[in-house]
Design a protein around this ligand. Sequence first.
Ligand code: GLP
Length: 232
Amino acid sequence: MSRLRDVREALSQRVYAMAPHEMLPRERDLAEELGVSRTSLRQWLRELTEAGLIYSVRGKGTFVSDRRISKGTGLTSFTEDMVERGMHPATTVLNVRQALAEGSIAEEFSLAPGSLLHCIDRLRTADGAPMCIEQVHLPAEYFPGLLREDLSGSLYDIMRRQYGVEVVFARQHVRAVAPTAAQARLLQVSRNAPLLEVCRIGFDPRHRAIERAVTTYRGDRYDFFMTIRRDA
Ligand code: GLP
């Protein structure tokens, strides 16, 4: 990665580390802090403005936008969510392995206990800032050879393109959790910062459960919305 790209990433991480509506340092100070020319800095600030991450108030300065991700009830992937918001998604694969389906996981997949599952742990970032950690289980019989694929992009893309399988509906539940030491380190939050854990069981058009994903989102980055209706 080039130095300029490093600096650009350092700038967006700097912005992510700040609170919504906090004022950025003056241009001169920021350029000095990052060791870049004011011309390059201005260009990047323009990009961050276009991406909705910062905003300027005439005569006052540049401020950090409230960048919480509003997530509705549409069934989308992490990559789709970020791209839709003009953000650059990236993924670090933390661990891949195979496991045997036991207990409630076997039941959720309607698989016989002892069936083989793929298990993938990934850290997902947007514009260089950590957003969530994901642990996904998938029945190995539906996705032979999946663990040999490059899993640093969109899993839903691989499922669709390599296996012709798509998650078309899902059951989800959301709960607040406190970070473990490892989660706090990966997500760059304190041990006191609440996280939102979303467990999704994803089904294909034939109603087969094909994915069980536990996604742990930074609580300060996500809002979840749903429409509820009184039973008739
Ligand atoms: C979201 C969902 C996961 C799903 C993931 C796929 O984060 N909560 O259940 O596995 O999207 O995202 P992508 O296709 O970007 O890998």
